[in-house]
Design a protein around this ligand. Sequence first.
Ligand code: HEM
Length: 119
Amino acid sequence: PESSLYQQLGGEDGIASITDGLLREIEQDQRIVHHFADTDIERFRKLLAEQLCELSGGPCRYSGGTMQQSHTGFNISLADYDALVDGLIKVMQQQKISISAQNQLLALLAPMYKDISYR
Ligand code: HEM
């Protein structure tokens, strides 16, 4: 049988690596790093990993705030979103995630844009 998206992303370890890689990308991205100036990065890392795990069908439950609540006050634009997705794709490429799995994850994230943007 076809393996779940969670498995295709490398399970718990794979998702931890994707999350850490994305945090490194954000850190180096002058387009968006300013949004995270006051963020508790350890908390963000934990919650993002939980969310990616649950979203991809893994055995986790996301314990953070709603996407609307969590992004209020940041006035996030489509360009900001695209910048973050650029970083995510780069990291998934580096970790040899299949294109099909990359696209499945991006398709699950895309509908969240309306909740995070311009809050
Ligand atoms: C689909 C894309 C995104 C997902 C799945 C996502 C997910 C998350 C999660 C799980 C949290 C933690 C929530 C909590 O603290 O309870 C968070 C916080 C945050 N996100 Fe996003 N996010 C996305 C896009 C973005 C974008 C594009 C930006 C800006 C470039 C952004 C900026 C932030 C910031 C600054 C915080 C921390 C807020 C704080 O310090 O309290 N996010 N996000």
